[in-house]
Design a protein around this ligand. Structure first.
Ligand SMILES: Cc1cc2nc3c(=O)[nH]c(=O)nc-3n(C[C@H](O)[C@H](O)[C@H](O)COP(=O)(O)O)c2cc1C
Length: 409
């Protein structure tokens, strides 16, 4: 059952989180399998003569959200609504909110945000909209709100808010992750450790297509000095970072840069009748013999892992091994789709070994090579064979795995 958590984050100025915990969702953006769920975080700040709402929630949870908000404040008293980005998981409740607010609140966002809101919800919602310029400061309720654009994290309209006197960064989707953590913040290390893999998966699936902007925009914030000075980072999804605010951006940078975990090799393959699988058993044996730690995902007639989970494993892998059967003169469809997403969203300078099996004419290996050649991945070798694994194939496979290992060691 979706739930809403309302907690006070600070007394002065009074700051609350209104967190809708969505455990009903199965496929974020109708694509990414997230059995771990997701949260939509909105924040409310009460100041002298002003009440500011930062983002809202998804349309299907409008009633939950409005009820929780109503317990903190009469919606009519909200003077400003900061729209960090317009994706409907944060703005779906906006039309209902504005009705309840009597259209009194000033909306604050980028020029893109204004255009997109008008497109999604009509002209009336943007009647009282203030378009910010990058770096613009506004004094609201005695505090200085600085608005900084961070385009393509992960929409063109994205911005963050820095509350200067308090060192608070409302960071929008940047700094967010999937999952419904038991806590609202990073105070419990066990909660953080369980949550971080969901952050990596979120980064790759949601921002991966634009991953160069992760590094670029975080650099921009660093150069402005606000990451070092931040006392709290409050993202649109997942945990608030206040014990160690810099940590979440360090994690984002590490994922953006594809920082590898020593010995981790991602192994993914399909196998309809076991011919590719037999080859992959040799591959895995050779990897383990050499002290490496393979993480395996396989598509068979009994298993179909989520592509979103596979993508989440790429950034910190040292190397990737792809096994594919030839299927109707192409790459097996499961691997074809996985590769399509992998090359789009998790395109890193990492070595790749290709393993294949075919019935009458091998095509998958060559097609994967062609795709890899257009990416940042480095092609190490391709070992493809017809039907059953033979002694000489086994030798070739072991040799190719050792070649891959020498590449990373
Ligand atoms: C639906 C289907 C389509 C196939 N298409 C081709 C093909 O176009 N070319 C080919 O050489 N083999 C083809 N094969 C044969 C497989 O590539 C071959 O049996 C391979 O060894 C399968 O490995 P696996 O059992 O690990 O999936 C096809 C097999 C199936 C079931």
């Amino acid at each position: 059952m979706p739930d809403v958590k309302v907690e006070k984050i600070r007394d002065d100025p009074e700051l609350y989180i209104i967190r809708v915990d969505d455990d009903r969702i199965r496929y974020f953006e109708a694509t990414w399998s997230i059995p771990e769920g997701i949260t939509y975080n909105a924040y409310l700040m009460k100041l002298d003569g002003a009440t500011v709402l930062f983002d809202l929630s998804k349309r299907e949870y409008t009633d939950l959200f409005m009820e929780a908000l109503g317990k903190l404040v009469d919606p009519k008293e909200i003077t400003h609504v900061v729209i960090h980005h317009t994706e409907p998981d944060h703005t779906g409740a906006l039309p209902a909110f504005l009705e309840a607010n009597g259209y009194k609140a000033k909306l604050i966002g980028t020029s893109f945000a204004k255009r997109f809101l008008e497109g999604f919800y009509g002209e009336k919602v943007v009647e009282n909209f203030h378009t910010i310029k990058d770096g613009e400061e506004m004094s609201i309720g005695g505090k200085t709100f600085r608005f900084i654009t961070v385009p393509w994290l992960h929409w063109p309209d994205t911005m963050i808010t820095y509350v200067v006197e308090e060192g608070l960064i409302f960071s929008c989707d940047a700094g967010g992750g999937y999952g419904i953590p038991e806590r609202i913040d990073d105070s419990d290390e066990e909660v953080v450790q369980r949550y971080l893999p969901h952050v990596t998966k979120y980064i790759v699936t949601i921002i991966g297509h634009y991953h160069k902007y992760i590094v670029q925009n975080i650099k921009k914030l660093r150069n402005l000095g606000i990451i070092d000075d931040a006392r709290m980072i409050l993202p649109g999804h997942g945990l608030i970072w206040r014990k160690n605010p810099a940590r979440i951006f360090e994690h984002y940078e590490a994922v953006g840069a594809g920082k590898a975990t020593k010995g981790k090799v991602l192994v993914l393959y399909d196998s309809m009748y076991g011919f590719v699988e037999r080859r992959m058993e040799i591959v895995l044996d050779e990897l383990r013999k050499n002290g490496l730690n393979p993480v395996v995902y396989r598509f068979t007639d009994k298993e179909a892992p989520a592509v979103s989970d596979i993508l989440g494993e790429v950034p910190d892998s040292e190397a990737i091994i792809i096994g594919a059967s030839t299927f109707e003169a192409d790459i097996h469809p499961r691997i074809r789709y996985t590769l399509f997403e992998l090359l789009d969203k998790a395109n890193y300078e990492k070595p790749v070994l290709i393993v294949g099996a075919y019935g009458w004419g091998g095509v998958a290996g060559r097609k994967i090579e062609t795709l890899i050649a257009r990416s940042k991945f480095d092609h190490v070798d391709t070992v493809e064979g017809r039907g059953m694994l033979r002694k000489e194939d086994e030798e070739r496979l072991r040799e190719a795995v050792r070649k891959l290992i020498s590449w990373i060691s």
